[in-house]
Design a protein around this ligand. Structure first.
Ligand code: AHM
Ligand code: MG
Length: 333
């Protein structure tokens, strides 16, 4: 190799820390005051803390049911509660967020920072049924600039702006490695956590979804209850010899499909007639990322981002992933 020419990958930003990357990209943010940058860094910090708790989950008595139920009537795991507390604390301390909503809390949580310009919708620990079996789980977040005047108390309207008004969205995947993936509407970037250094490093400078794929991800146990259109589509997938992969952690299933090419499906079923997943803090943020990566997300009729929100914990059917797969399914409805 020519000694004076650096290897090509050294010329790329891959390997830069998340903090440095966010600061460098700040000028591309819609409101480049530095507050959104700080907010993203606060979320990353909370993610590191949760990552530590998850890694210790087998060692200390944090695994298992907490006894309480969340607003959807599901048993909360202890780590759900811990993750919720960690995120709320990080966002309160940060000062950029005036209010947030969480899957774990029925009502809006006010941070006390009425001068904060942003509101956040989050699922602090998704895929919680996988916690106590050491399977990948994730955090999902969505950020809006508030529409109510700063200095006043945030209201429901700040959260009801619709998916297209998100200024940033992302997820943290606690998997075989921990990754933070986010978008501010200028493509999708992925960062991998280095435990020994305590830093997220840019590992996926520009995440793009393959145009098409051969992986379908859904709960096969619900197959007979799916709408006929979905059953027909899945039958076609099987005839074509596609691969079925389902972890049961939305972030992990979405992430795999984003890298490899596939579609995640959670159709309406009798026990969840509007679908299971929540629009504001599960579907909107992942749909924003999917579209930014060149993929697609719909509820069977329209883009997820075009669904009008009506309440904080609203649910929707979700079909998300490679554009070609989502479009083929959509064409059958
Ligand atoms: P949760 O928010 O209670 O963890 O539920 C969401 C999860 C998703 O991560 C996952 O894809 C889905 O629920 C699995 O549901 P099911 O067990 O019905 O297949
Ligand atoms: Mg969830």
């Amino acid at each position: 190799m020519n000694q004076t020419t650096p290897p090509q990958n050294l010329a790329l930003p891959v390997g830069v820390t998340l903090d440095r990357y966010i600061i460098r990209k700040q000028s591309a943010f819609p409101f480049a005051t530095g507050e959104l940058s700080q907010l993203l860094r606060d979320i990353a910090l909370a993610g590191k803390i949760i990552n530590r708790e998850i890694n210790r989950a087998g060692l200390i008595d944090v695994v298992g049911g907490f006894g309480a139920q969340n607003v959807q009537g599901e048993n909360q795991q202890k780590l759900d509660v811990i993750a919720n507390i960690r995120f709320i604390r990080a966002l309160k301390n940060g000062g950029e967020v005036c209010a947030l909503i969480s899957e774990e809390d029925e009502e809006i949580i006010f941070t006390g920072n009425d001068h904060g310009k942003y509101v956040v919708a989050m699922d602090p620990l998704d895929g919680s049924s996988n916690i106590d079996v050491n399977v990948s789980i994730g955090t999902i977040f969505s950020i809006y600039r508030r529409i109510t005047p700063t200095g006043t108390r945030a209201t429901l309207d700040d959260f009801m702006q619709g998916g297209r008004k998100q200024v940033a969205a992302g997820y943290i995947l606690y998997g075989s490695s921990t990754m933070l993936v986010y978008t501010t509407g200028h493509g999708v970037s992925g960062f991998t956590y280095d435990h020994s250094l305590g830093e997220f490093f840019l590992s996926h400078a520009e995440l793009t979804s393959p145009d098409n794929g051969t992986i379908y991800s859904c709960n096969d146990g619900n197959f007979n209850q799916y709408p006929e259109t979905v059953r027909d589509y899945l039958a076609t997938c099987r005839e074509r010899g596609y691969t079925g992969r389902y972890i049961g952690s939305l972030v992990a299933d979405f992430h795999r499909n984003l890298i490899k090419g596939g579609m995640y499906l959670y159709p309406p079923i009798p026990k969840a007639p509007s679908g299971k997943l929540r629009l504001l803090y599960e579907c909107y943020p992942l749909a924003f990322i999917a579209e930014q990566a060149g993929g697609s997300a719909c509820d069977g009729y329209r883009s997820i981002l075009d669904i009008e929100p009506t309440h904080l914990h609203q649910r929707t059917p979700l079909y998300i992933g490679a554009k070609g797969m989502v479009e083929e399914l959509l064409s059958r409805f």
